[in-house]
Structures are given as C-alpha cells and as structure tokens.
Design a protein around this ligand. Structure first.
Ligand SMILES: CC(C)(COP(=O)(O)OP(=O)(O)OC[C@H]1O[C@@H](n2cnc3c(N)ncnc32)[C@H](O)[C@@H]1OP(=O)(O)O)[C@@H](O)C(=O)NCCC(=O)NCCS
Length: 233
C-alpha cells in the first residue's frame, strides 16, 4: 500500500514484538499526536537532527512521515503495556528503528527516562532488525550501528547495554540548531555469526571510513530517503 501523499513511498510490512513491559509495533503516521510528549521536549529533540522541539502538528506529521514510510523502513512505536493515553489508546513511550540501514535510532518519552525501557526495546529490536535487513551478500549489511552526538551518555549507555560496541568517533559530521557542528560516536553490533573485526567496521579499519556507513547530517539523511523513494518508484 502506498502513501496517498507520496505514491513512491510504501507503508512497510507490519511487525510487532512484545517484551516484559513493552509492545513494539510498526509506527503509523496516525501516531503523530501520541508522539507529542517526545517531539515537544527540548531535552529529547536537542539530540536529534531537528535540534529543537516540534510543536506544530503538521510539522510533526511531516517529521514522522519522513521516518516511517518506505518499503525498507523499520520504525516502531514503543507502547507501554497496561498504560493508556488520554484518548484511551496504549501509551506510546518511544520510537525506535531504522529509516536507512544499517543505522538505528530512537527517542523516548522524557517522563519515562531511566527505567530501562529504551534498553529493553533495543534488545528486542536488534534480532528483529537483523531479520528484516538484507545481509551483505544480498546487498545489505551484516552489522547495525547507532550514531550518537558526542556527550550523549544516556544513549551510549543504552547501546552498550544492548550489546553494541563503541567503534569510533567521527569529527564535526553532525549539525543541528542546538549544538551547531559536533562530533559523532558510533556504536556497532555484528549479525549473529559475524564479528565487527571481520566485517572491518572497528576503529582504524578501512571500510569504516568509506563514507557509506554514515548518514549523520540532515542532508545525508534526506538523500537516503530520496534514494529510497527513487528505488521504490
Ligand atoms: C537515550 C534515551 C533513549 C534513553 O532512554 P531510557 O529509557 O532512559 O534508557 P534506559 O533507562 O534503558 O537506560 C539509560 C541509561 O543511561 C544512563 N544515563 C542516563 N542519563 C545519563 C547521563 N547523563 N550520564 C550517564 N549515564 C546516564 C542511565 O543511568 C541508564 O544506565 P544504567 O541502566 O546503567 O543506570 C532517552 O534518554 C532519550 O530519548 N533521549 C533523547 C533522545 C536521544 O538521545 N536519542 C538517541 C539519539 S542517538
């Protein structure tokens, strides 16, 4: 099924998984309102490419649309089991997944920080993402990576707790309106049966620098989205 506003971008195949406290399921455009506690939070948004809170619902819808549509997109809304929002729907406390492989990203509801939810969700996401992402021999990747703004200790901690290894720091390759230009720290995890070393994505290995692995800037990300739309056309 294609999005009526952009026939080139498909709604991805439905996915859901449960953990002890959470349900992860494919994110929908209609989740936009439920994302408000995250998108309107300066504390959350400063770490994202937006840099500033998103308060306008139309802009929020555009923001979500750019992330959830596309055949290969794997963006999930994270619901807190047993909790309802004001409209009686399961409360969404996070968004997590990939809009361009091999990168994964996430934001969580600031009212629920430090309860282990992001770690719990990421531990469930990793095996599912390896299943969804084509392997290197099929034109994809044999590792996942998370890029954090240098200094985002909470995010780095989540990645490490979920089994990722800090691999390298790239200089001045991220820019948003909160931090200006800054460095990124990259964490990676290999597909089961592979190692980061044999994949050549540890520090100092040549493929880690080939430029294809990184899509930190807003322009790189929109390029990746445009390529996706083109590929699906
Ligand atoms: C990063 C984020 C997803 C973490 O969500 P969460 O549900 O609070 O994460 P968890 O509870 O699973 O784990 C957080 C860990 O970070 C640690 N932490 C939190 N703030 C920290 C800080 N300022 N310095 C060091 N560690 C910190 C916590 O103590 C915890 O580690 P522990 O279990 O060893 O004690 C959430 O803070 C967030 O949405 N931040 C804004 C958006 C963002 O940064 N996204 C990632 C972009 S790369």
């Amino acid at each position: 099924m294609a999005d009526p506003g952009n026939p080139n971008l498909e709604v991805p195949a439905f996915f859901e998984a449960e953990t002890e406290r959470l349900r992860l399921r494919t994110a929908y455009l209609s989740d936009a309102k439920a994302y408000a506690p995250m998108l309107t939070s300066p504390e959350v948004m400063k770490w994202t490419s937006a840099g500033v809170p998103i308060t306008d619902i139309d802009v929020a819808e555009q923001w979500i649309k750019a992330r959830v549509l596309g055949r290969d997109t794997f963006k999930l809304s994270v619901e807190l089991k047993g909790s309802l929002d004001n409209s009686g729907h399961p409360e969404i406390i996070g968004m997590m997944g990939s809009d361009h492989w091999p990168e994964i990203g996430y934001i969580f509801h600031p009212g629920h920080f430090n309860k282990g939810y992001a770690t719990e969700a990421l531990r469930a996401l990793v095996p599912a993402a390896f299943e969804r992402m084509p392997s290197a021999e099929n034109g994809g990747y044999d590792f996942l990576q998370g890029g954090t703004v240098k200094g985002n200790a909470a995010s780095g901690r989540v990645l490490e707790k979920a089994g990722f290894t800090e691999c390298e720091t790239t200089l001045q390759d991220f820019e948003n309106s909160f931090f200006g230009r800054c460095d990124s720290v990259w964490y990676r995890i290999a597909r089961p049966g592979k190692t980061l070393e044999e994949l050549g994505v540890l520090p100092g290995t040549s493929s880690a620098k080939d430029g294809l692995l990184f899509a930190r800037s807003a322009s790189d990300k929109s390029k990746a989205r445009a390529q996706r739309a083109e590929a699906e056309a």
